[in-house]
Design a protein. Structure first.
Length: 274
């Protein structure tokens, strides 16, 4: 097994419950590259949505659900995404007495793997119209700006601000793309940025976001780099960065990082491309 677990390797998909396939990856190394070694400069959560979940009831009849998983950003580790898919597939031919039993098992195994409590919601088919609604992103869209782009590797120096007063501002873009550091496959996302601080130069912000196009890093690490670069370049009093990545293999990953406390509900807002 390589240093990233089953990602990029040929593996067999288990069909019977097997929590041993979960592969944690420590967050510490990626954060050290950003200069984060002590107290985190943000609150945060990684919200995963799983659209390919199934198991058998006690009579052998298949059950289906969509899963919602909240991994705290303070957890020592993330769960490698392919190992998560393998784990979820291991439920397919195993029998469970109820959705509540499946949910409790998921919370126990995932919390053990990442080293912190993970909250799990199972959305059964009757709840899909309400639970899985699509919502537009808030703020001003940057994507119509007519810009020249010369760099496809992110650099804090691309960012700039205008003035020093405090301005409430919210932006979003659908042009964020990064690459998996193991397989090189593209990861596509829409991203929103809200802050209270100096006026961000919109052209520089869009150039900076586009510059991740050839960045090889995990979703969580990209969002934390964006947060840290904005914080250091512009010194806002408040800052929130939230990326909604497109799904792969039935899973989407949505890192949220903020100087503000995590809201109690309504954070998992699916985008149109999700």
């Amino acid at each position: 097994m390589n240093g990233h677990g089953p990602l990029g390797a040929q593996v067999d998909y288990p069909e019977y419950y097997d929590p041993s396939v979960l592969y944690p990856i420590a967050r510490a190394e990626g954060r050290r590259r950003l200069g984060i070694t002590g107290t985190l400069p943000f609150a945060g959560v990684d919200i995963w949505n799983a659209f390919e979940m199934s198991w058998l009831n006690t009579r052998g009849k298949p059950q289906v659900a969509c899963g919602e998983f909240h991994f705290p950003a303070s957890s020592p580790s993330i769960v490698e995404s392919k190992s998560f898919k393998l784990y979820l597939n291991s439920f397919n031919q195993s029998r469970w007495s109820s959705p509540a039993e499946v949910q409790a098992c998921l919370e126990r195994d995932l919390s053990a793997a990442c080293g912190a409590p993970v909250a799990v919601l199972l959305h059964l088919p009757e709840s899909w119209p309400e639970a899985l609604t699509i919502q537009p992103m808030a703020g001003h869209c940057l994507d119509d700006l007519d810009i020249d782009v010369a760099s496809y590797q992110p650099s804090r120096e691309l960012l700039s601000c205008r003035g020093s007063g405090l301005v409430e501002q919210s932006y979003y873009s659908h042009l964020l793309r990064s690459r998996c550091p193991v397989t090189g496959q593209p990861d596509w996302a829409s991203i929103s940025i809200s802050c209270l601080g100096p006026q961000l130069d919109e052209v520089s912000l869009l150039r900076y976001l586009v510059s991740f196009r050839q960045q090889d890093d995990f979703h969580e690490q990209c969002v934390e780099q964006i947060f840290c670069d904005l914080q250091q370049a512009c010194e806002p009093q408040q800052l929130t960065v939230y990326a909604r990545y497109l799904r792969r293999g039935g899973l989407d990953i949505n890192p949220w990082r903020s100087t503000q406390a995590q809201p109690s509900g309504g954070l998992n807002r699916r985008g149109f491309r999700q």
